[in-house]
Ligand binder design. Sequence first.
Ligand code: HEM
Length: 131
Amino acid sequence: MIGVMDAPCQLEALSQAPLPKMEQTGFVAINTIHCQPHYQERFECLFCSRVRAIDEMPGFLAMHVLKPGSEGEPYLVVSYWESEERFQAWVGSEAFHAGHARAFADLKAAKDAGQEPPMTSTLRTYSVLAR
Ligand code: HEM
């Protein structure tokens, strides 16, 4: 596991993040992630120091990582895109793998050790119906 616990938490910076260019949003991908309790701190630290490989992808507008208000509920990783084509191009890109290298290494380490995955995810995608 690559250490990030010592990195300063940057969640405060969220309040300074630019607002999504909502008028350009044509497609929204929401990844719902259930974490095992022992993995939550690690999960939050990965996003505190996220790779930001996505930030330069054409058509990417913004993302939010939403922490549940109730114990046991999933985190939501919400990303806003100009179009589905732009989203699919990111999923097939090096940037997707770079942005997930630590997460996927953690999953592999658990699998190799014969353990349950520390997190599981379900992707849902949406078009914009109304503003
Ligand atoms: C198509 C499916 C997925 C979407 C839309 C998605 C969305 C995102 C986005 C937008 C980021 C930020 C990337 C960056 O900063 O460059 C990210 C990182 C991350 N995702 Fe995903 N993700 C997907 C699949 C998964 C899966 C399968 C898992 C685990 C089960 C996962 C867990 C994580 C974690 C832990 C991070 C933080 C990684 C780090 O910075 O070290 N994601 N995801």
